[in-house]
Design a protein around this ligand. Structure first.
Ligand code: ZN
Length: 288
């Protein structure tokens, strides 16, 4: 659902559908009404299965809030880099933090890829921070505030985890695009293998920690953790796909990040992935 409008690392002059959309929906009255439209839309989507107006309002508000907070994360890093930018509501697709005009957009495209990578991670990081706040609220209160805390957790999890999947124009997809563009081909393969090994080791560790359960419990435990396995499989597929896609000549670009910077981003990505899955889906193994 989230759209990231920064296209650093792409061919200059390439048509960007998000930008065409921003130019269409830029009128202030469309922008002013969009959050209310989103709230009504999410309320409808949540009410249909829940049939409870209070629950639907709580979950719908949490979704709108988490969408906005995600874009605030991007906006913060844009502004840290001196790029005049704002948040655009693109109903019904999502929202995007983007430079205010084409001149600022060109400035953002000239940013070093290390800064672009922080820009991409910042949206997910903002969701994870808000999920932690939601989890505290849930355990420290009762009644509707506790329910809202849980909804912040769910809504943030949906946004964070979907944006971590390294596919297409999602934040995770663009993040691995700048990482693989920066590295030499040999290192691209190392990164892809290393990440695949980490995902497989995590699954193995989980299996070992639950292996002493009886067969029935083992099957239940497997289904309880199936969300983890599904996300891992999507990430592994996305990374293998990305790794083969980049232009090797990009590694010599002046915008490219160093190997050390790439490693920091990968470790940071793994931490965000672990925290958001852990908060949303519970532990992967019995003891961790
Ligand atoms: Zn984003």
């Amino acid at each position: 659902m989230q759209i990231e409008s920064n296209t650093a690392g792409e061919e200059p002059g390439a048509k960007d559908p998000v930008w065409r959309l921003i130019e269409k929906v830029g009128a202030w009255w469309i922008q002013a009404f969009s959050p209310a439209l989103f709230l009504a839309f999410f309320f409808g989507c949540c009410w249909l299965p829940l049939r409870d107006a209070g629950r639907a309002l709580s979950l719908g508000s949490a979704l709108v809030l988490q969408m906005y907070i995600h874009e605030l994360g991007h906006l913060f890093v844009f502004r840290q880099n001196g790029i005049r930018s704002r948040i655009w509501w693109l109903f019904p697709l999502g929202a995007a933090a983007a430079p205010v005009d084409r001149a600022e957009k060109r400035k953002s495209e000239a940013l070093p890829w290390n800064d672009v990578a922080w820009l991409l991670q910042a949206g997910i990081m903002a969701n994870v921070a808000c999920m932690l706040a939601g989890s505290l609220l849930r355990s420290a209160s009762t009644g509707w505030p506790a329910g809202f805390g849980g909804d912040l957790l769910t809504a943030g999890g949906v946004l964070a985890i979907s944006n971590l999947i390294p596919l297409g124009k999602l934040d995770g997809g663009l993040l691995f695009h700048v990482i693989f563009s920066s590295l030499q081909e040999k290192d691209d393969v190392r990164v892809a293998r290393g990440l695949a090994a980490i995902l497989i080791l995590a699954v193995l560790a989980a299996v070992v920690s639950i292996a002493w359960l009886g067969l029935g419990e083992l099957i239940v435990a497997f289904f309880v953790r199936s969300g983890w396995f599904a996300v891992f499989a999507l990430i592994a597929a996305g990374i293998w796909h990305r790794q083969g896609m980049d232009d090797p000549a990009h590694a010599g670009s002046a915008q490219a990040m160093t190997r050390r910077q790439a490693l920091v981003h990968i470790l940071y990505y793994i931490a965000l992935l672990y925290i958001s899955l852990r908060l949303c889906l519970g532990p992967l193994g019995l003891n961790f």
